[in-house]
Design a protein around this ligand. Structure first.
Ligand code: GLC
Length: 688
């Protein structure tokens, strides 16, 4: 049951697709009070209550004990004291384990401005949500965690579906400067037998960082190059940034100015910020015409053979604004001959650092929301969503029957219908591997299924062991992309001594592809979660609510990644008897039945382990020696890994992987096998 409460005069965000009639008053589950700034919804939490959701944020799967602020931030330092990352995902579930007198519920705050979720930071037993004065609050009641999640997705719409190739292994780096750099990456993966599907083109492919341009020298004959890569099974995925460079003669800029498609200041002048290209204007993607115009620009690249994009810097990131920079430089020049005391010095440091993403800048430009002028600050969290929507809507026109890979850095609920996200600029830290483990179920709960983190970490220098462990986890995340910042240690898999282990890890991903893709598609098409907290599957087992580092992936398995340096394994909690599958490679598989409860599991650096639920099974592809891309994974050469004393069933989804004609539910294949027809159980199968 979903109740909708409307306060003030809210902006239509496009987050919700289901018609829900308005309820009068306020929910009995949340106590409402008004403050000077807006509204405050609060609710007592019992000791055992658990809070899930909020998408891309720091800290754990259970969000209790901290405050999270939805206000999209271009902040590359994702430490546990940060309250905002790149998105605004205002959905949470408060699950009451003891809940006889009060039920569990989900709450979605549809307010694209700043929203604060104090989940027991100020007072341990108090949940407080602070919004603006104009918002819509949806309160969802249901039978179970899965049911609450599903109702929320019915409310907000079906998740984006990526092409099948986007479930293959992908390589990126800020700093592939020319065609030869890209070719080297492909050649090295091919030489080492590491499957590879895509290479990303970061900002360096553009001419002076101008959107929808390709550097004519470094990437000469671009369509031919795209074609040449395609022949080798490689998709090139260019980055598109939000800011449009201000430059006379640059078409995108000229058109945008002429047609008034950019965000403007109060005085009507186009707002000037600075990002990679220097000074830029921001397309007003909240305006229908401007959005169609900006989306239409992707056509140029699609016509050159491009079939995947990542939208970046769309919080939008502002290194500095013209206005603020002038102010700061003026202030600094006025003190240049002074003998600065400590406070003056720190003040100067602060104003320089504060140039980036300054709150006042976000308050100083406006959108023309089809006739209504709205200050950016009020709709800040919609920018990345609408930039991505611009692209997705254009794709529907340009290539109506083709799936295009699309993901964004910034997002808001609703964007999950148009694209995925990656989790931005993490670091080569073990704590960020764990953070990624935490973020996946929270994002899934908010509908963002196509997601993953920069494998190995974006900033800092990765080590071989960190990359191995990260990849062993990312075998299960839909986006499996190694990406790193310019200036960091080269971190392509072939750069390390353990190249054979990397090859095995990536091949395991490909062997699991029939299962991972099937599970992703079923989740997307049925409004379910692909990755879940363990408690979603075992809500009667109180212990599962305490598990913060294991995840359910699809209907058959649980994973327990190792995320600690020099640990040779880890403790795992099994909510029931399960079958441990140990993969040394896609061909060396061993099985062991383990009783429910706590176990210490050894996991070597080059191994992938997972646990099969009782009476479940999964398809596993038999790979040829030379698997290069997802095209080489045959749906007809499967073995079934299963754990049962008797028989098990599995619903296998498959399709052509590229068109938008998804297989209808009636045609999903129900497969039923007896114990003897599957691999596993207690039989140790070491197949070479
Ligand atoms: C941003 C992106 C990162 C990219 C860089 C250069 O920091 O998050 O992924 O490599 O910009 O474009």
């Amino acid at each position: 049951m979903i109740q909708k409460y409307v306060y003030g005069n809210p902006i239509e965000t496009g987050a919700v697709v289901q018609e829900v009639s308005k309820s009068e008053g306020s929910s009995v589950l949340l106590h409402l009070s008004e403050t000077d700034e807006g509204l405050e919804f609060s609710c007592r939490m019992n000791e055992n209550d658990v809070v899930y959701g909020l998408g891309e944020q720091v800290r754990g799967i259970n969000k209790r004990g901290f405050s999270y602020i939805s206000y999209a931030a271009d902040d590359p330092v994702h430490t546990e004291n940060k309250h905002s990352l790149y998105g605004g995902h205002n959905f949470l579930i408060l699950y009451r384990q003891d809940g006889a007198e009060q039920t569990s519920f989900g709450v979605f705050v549809d307010d694209p401005g700043k929203v604060v979720f104090d989940v027991g930071e100020t007072k341990r037993d108090l949940l407080k949500i602070r919004t603006g004065k104009d918002c819509v609050v949806y309160v969802i009641e249901g039978d179970s965690l899965k049911d609450l999640a599903k109702q929320f997705r019915a409310l907000t719409g079906q998740s984006y579906i990526a092409p099948k190739w986007a479930f293959g292994y992908q390589q990126s780096r800020w700093g592939y400067l020319n065609k030869s750099d890209v070719k080297t990456v492909v050649e090295n993966h091919r030489r080492e037998g590491i499957p590879l599907e895509a290479v990303y083109l970061d900002i360096d492919y553009m001419e002076n960082y101008k959107d929808f341009t390709v550097d004519p020298e470094r990437f000469s004959d671009f369509p031919e190059f795209v074609g040449e890569m395609k022949e080798q099974g490689i998709h090139l995925v260019p980055i598109i940034d939000a800011g449009v460079k201000i430059e006379r003669g640059y078409r995108v800029y000229e058109e945008g100015v002429r047609e008034h498609y950019f965000c403007r200041e109060e005085n009507g002048e186009n707002f000037v910020g600075a990002v990679w290209p220097g000074k830029v204007h921001f397309p007003d993607v909240l305006n229908t015409k401007a959005r169609a115009w900006f989306g239409g620009k992707y056509r140029w690249l699609i016509e050159q053979g491009i079939d995947g994009f990542w939208n970046d810097m769309n919080e939008p990131a502002i290194f500095y604004s013209e206005k603020n920079l002038k102010k700061v430089l003026h202030e600094i020049s006025s003190i240049q001959d002074d003998n600065l005391d400590l406070n003056e010095f720190f003040h100067m440091q602060e104003i320089v650092e504060g140039l980036c993403n300054h709150p006042q800048d976000y308050q100083s430009f406006y959108h023309d929301m089809d006739g209504v002028t709205v200050c950016h600050d009020k709709v800040h969290n919609l920018y990345g969503f609408y930039m991505t929507r611009a692209a997705a809507e254009a794709f529907e026109e340009i290539v109506p029957d083709q799936r295009i890979l699309l993901f964004s850095r910034s997002s808001y609920i609703g964007m999950h219908r148009y694209g995925g996200i990656w989790t931005g600029d993490n670091e080569s830290w073990w704590s960020h591997l764990l953070l990624s483990i935490h973020q996946m179920p929270s994002l899934n709960l908010c509908g963002i299924l196509y997601t993953g983190s920069d494998l190995g970490g974006f900033g800092s220098d990765v080590t071989e062991d960190l990359l191995l462990r990260w990849m062993a986890f990312a075998v299960f995340t839909p986006l499996m992309r190694n990406h790193a910042a310019a200036g960091t240690r080269m971190q392509e898999a072939y750069q390390f001594d353990a190249v054979e282990s990397f090859r095995n890890l990536v091949r395991i991903r490909y062997a699991l592809l029939p299962y991972l893709y099937s599970e992703y598609m079923k989740a997307a098409l049925s409004d379910e979660m692909y990755i879940r907290p363990v408690s979603f599957d075992y809500p009667k087992d109180r212990h599962t609510f305490l598990v913060e580092d294991q995840l359910m992936v699809g209907e058959s398995i649980m994973i327990a990644p190792v995320y600690t340096q020099n640990a040779g394994g880890r403790y795992v909690y099994l909510p029931e008897e399960m079958m441990l599958v140990r993969l040394r490679s896609d061909r060396k598989r061993t099985y062991q039945v383990l009783a429910g409860g706590h176990h210490y599991i050894d996991v070597a650096l080059d191994e992938v382990v997972f646990f099969v639920k009782k009476n479940r099974m999964l398809p596993f592809a038999v790979l040829g020696d030379d698997v290069k891309t997802t095209q080489d994974v045959s749906p007809d050469r499967l073995v079934w890994i299963g754990f049962t004393d008797d028989w098990a069933e599995y619903t296998l989804y498959d399709d052509d992987g590229i068109s938008r004609r998804y297989t209808p539910k009636e045609e999903w294949k129900m497969i039923r096998l007896s114990k003897g027809e599957m691999e596993g159980v207690s039989a140790d199968a070491s197949i070479v």
